[in-house]
Design a protein around this ligand. Structure first.
Ligand SMILES: C[S@@+](CC[C@H](N)C(=O)[O-])C[C@H]1O[C@@H](n2cnc3c(N)ncnc32)[C@H](O)[C@@H]1O
Length: 280
């Protein structure tokens, strides 16, 4: 395991993923009943953008900073900016919120977060951050195994975020499919969000084909490309597959995605796609 998210925090992939994360969590809050949030690959929670690691790649400059600097944003992106600013109101931005922090920020008193992180050093940081908050449960364990062990939650409502590092390249999709099967068998109504990178576009096709046949009733895919390139060498785009997405999130995304493509695309090459793969 060599992947460290601190090199990539706040990049275009985080912008897409975290915008969708907040959209789903906010939608779950439309009902007063409590919900559970399971983050299978949590990371360390908050990232220092002035660290050597973040400055080395500077990926956040072509990601979060471009959105913070933009005016006239659609509601989903306004919400994303508001949450990032709640984590760090300063200029320049030196702290970027990861998915556990955003969940901590968005959850109500009755909701819970189950955060899985395999790497001991990251799990220690995560645990110390939320030590005083009984809603936040940190598990140093394999996030895929947690899908079988921790689901369904007693709340029977909620979100599962699967955000692996894809060190196994296309083989990661095999683990994801197996994990989703485990999750949906135990909890068919679960809303699941799966982030995936897009390098050579065709490598994600088998996963998208599988999603059309999976046990979720509805599957929506939101993709963002930052350059027209179609090569295995770089991450040219990314996507989030949403299983059983909340009502009307597609409408909010259809307003936000073209704006992200315009803001985050390289030299005007940005593009986006929103597609229902399954709608029963
Ligand atoms: C892409 S990062 C997560 C970023 C985080 N979800 C966010 O949005 O802020 C992936 C994380 O998964 C962790 N990891 C890798 N394999 C794992 C596994 N099998 N189970 C749980 N965590 C794992 C890595 O250590 C890394 O911190």
């Amino acid at each position: 395991m060599n992947y460290r998210h601190r090199f990539h925090a706040g990049n275009f992939a985080d912008v897409l993923k975290h915008t969708i994360l907040l959209g789903v969590l906010d939608a779950l809050k439309r009902k007063p009943a409590p919900f559970a949030y399971l983050d299978t690959h949590a990371g360390s929670g908050v990232y220092a953008l002035d660290s050597e690691a973040a400055r080395k790649t500077s990926e956040f400059r072509a990601g979060v900073l471009r959105v913070l600097d933009a005016g006239d944003l659609p509601p989903l992106l306004r919400r994303y900016v508001e949450a990032v600013r709640a984590c760090d109101a300063g200029t320049p931005l030196t702290r970027y919120p990861g998915s556990p922090w955003l969940a901590w920020y968005a959850l109500r008193t009755q909701d819970r977060a189950l955060l899985c992180e395999l790497l001991p050093a990251e799990a220690v940081v995560l645990r110390s951050q939320f030590a005083d908050d009984a809603r936040m449960h940190v598990h140093q364990r394999d996030g895929y195994a947690a899908l079988a062990a921790l689901l369904p939650p007693p709340e029977k409502r909620g979100l599962v975020l699967i955000d692996p590092p894809y060190e196994a390249q296309e083989d990661e999709f095999r683990s994801i499919r197996h994990g989703l099967e485990q999750a949906l068998t135990r909890w068919p109504q679960a809303t699941c969000a799966v982030w995936y990178p897009i390098k050579l576009a065709r490598t994600r096709e088998p996963f998208l084909r599988w999603l059309r046949t999976c046990a979720a009733q509805q599957v929506l895919v939101a993709e963002l490309a930052v350059r027209a390139e179609n090569s295995p060498l770089r991450m040219n785009g990314c996507g989030v597959a949403l299983l059983n997405p909340p009502w009307k999130l597609d409408q909010a995304l259809s307003a936000a995605l073209p704006v992200l493509a315009r803001l985050l695309g390289e030299d005007g090459q940005g593009d986006s796609r929103l597609q229902w793969l399954k709608r029963e």
